[in-house]
Design a binder for this molecule. Structure first.
Ligand code: PMP
Length: 403
């Protein structure tokens, strides 16, 4: 293979990752050898996991493993084709009916990942001359969905409002002519800050200005509400959003995603979502994992309540230690640090002391808001949680982040 083409010049000159590796503080792509839920083995060392999105601990639940194994035996390992053509199984439709029922929608449509769900649903829906209005802290996959649609249609209007700031949102809505179609897109639970969208307020504005709401429940289904039905259940009103999407890669312990809403709207997305048409469908084992997880969530809502209790305990614990935990009110608790360098060093200290957490830097968060993102599972024991707090306290003092 030839090299040194000018197209690769940027690659040869990119040095940030090498610099961090040389300084011994490179935190990304850590290969996990064995994952036993709240404990993981990395480089032959056991670490406490305080940075997983496996919120209900279901990815290692024996019932999930049993069901997936059977699915592989019955259906094989792959569908080898897109939903549109040769990749739709009756199982996909079973999952779609089950998810539509769970979130109280007429119909749902499954994609192979949550990222593809946002790409497909947003780019299918927002077309020529339409307006899409997005919170600046929304997940990257929402922005990617918007990039896809602006790439396809130069006349799409994109507006970004300050995080959870409804005065800013209203100013934007006011400026858009009344009769022009508008979609407001928001995370239910924001993936890095762990705070919850003020959905009732957003709904009022949406109604006043004739906008529809698209709600990303990636960190909310299985996490918020008395029975895990997410942000709308949290606020006690299941009609606050017009479309709901979620991933299966977090509380559902699988991979895949779905979008749910009115039958005609979902049918339209089905025929215009490029990631659905041009990528192979969710594999059988992952469909069955998602279905099994849903059954467990319905049967064992106590898992959801335990997760919420853990979120409160950890927020209180970190705050009492002196960390800046921002506006989190969920089992995602950020420790806001600011500078990348300090964040990497703190991550390294935690790692060496036996706790796995995730350092998050721009563009996942705004510049100068680098943070350690901690997140918890319903299966963490109080002992494990106390140990995590103890180590965070020691590491924080050693790194000069807290007194
Ligand atoms: N939306 C949000 C809010 C997310 O946090 C994520 C994943 N981090 C996604 C969508 C994409 O989900 P997936 O991992 O299934 O692609």
């Amino acid at each position: 293979m030839s090299s040194h083409h000018t197209i690769f010049k940027k690659c040869y000159e990119y040095s940030e990752a090498d610099d961090a590796r040389a300084a011994g503080v490179y935190p990304f792509f850590q290969p996990i050898g064995k994952n036993a839920g709240t404990k993981v083995i990395i480089k032959d060392r056991e670490l406490l996991m305080a940075g997983s999105n496996n919120y209900l601990g279901l990815s290692s639940d024996p019932r999930m493993i049993e069901a997936c194994t059977k699915a592989v035996r019955d259906y094989g390992t792959s569908c080898s084709g897109s939903r549109f053509m040769n990749g739709t199984l009756a199982l996909h439709e079973e999952l779609e009916h089950a998810m539509a029922d769970f979130v109280g929608a007429e119909e749902a449509l499954c994609f192979t990942t949550g990222h593809q769900t946002n790409l497909g649903a947003i780019s299918a829906l927002v077309g020529r001359n339409d307006h899409v209005i997005t919170d600046k802290f929304n997940h990257a996959s929402i922005m990617d969905g918007i990039f896809l649609t602006t790439g396809l249609n130069k006349s799409v209007h994109v507006h970004r409002f300050r995080h959870n700031n409804f005065e800013d949102l209203e100013q934007i809505l006011k400026r858009i002519p009344e009769d022009e179609p508008k979609l407001i897109v928001t995370d239910g639970v924001f993936s890095m800050e762990g705070d919850i969208v003020n959905l009732p307020e957003m709904r009022k504005l949406a109604e006043n200005y004739g906008a529809a709401i698209y709600l990303d429940e990636a960190h909310a289904l299985g996490v918020l509400g008395a029975t895990g039905k997410g942000t709308m259940e949290h606020f006690g009103d299941h009609s606050l959003a017009d479309l709901v999407m979620c991933t299966f890669s977090k509380a559902f312990g699988s991979i895949g995603g779905f979008v749910a809403g009115e039958q005609k709207v979902i049918d339209y997305i089905k025929h215009f979502a490029r990631p659905l048409m041009f990528s192979a469908s969710m594999p059988p084992a992952n469909i069955v994992a998602a279905l099994t997880a849903l059954e467990i969530i319905k049967k064992e809502p106590e898992r959801v309540l335990r997760l919420q209790e853990i979120g409160r305990k950890m927020k209180k614990g970190f705050t009492e230690l002196g960390f800046d935990t921002g506006t989190s009110t969920t089992p995602i608790v950020p420790l806001v640090i600011g500078e990348n360098e300090k964040t990497f060093r703190f991550w390294k200290t935690m790692f060496e002391m036996g706790v796995y957490v995730n350092p998050v830097i721009s563009p996942a968060v705004p510049p100068n808001r680098a943070m350690i993102r901690t997140s918890f599972m319903a299966t963490h024991t109080d002992d494990e949680l106390d140990q995590i707090l103890e180590i965070a306290g020691q590491a924080g003092r050693m790194s000069g982040l807290i007194d």
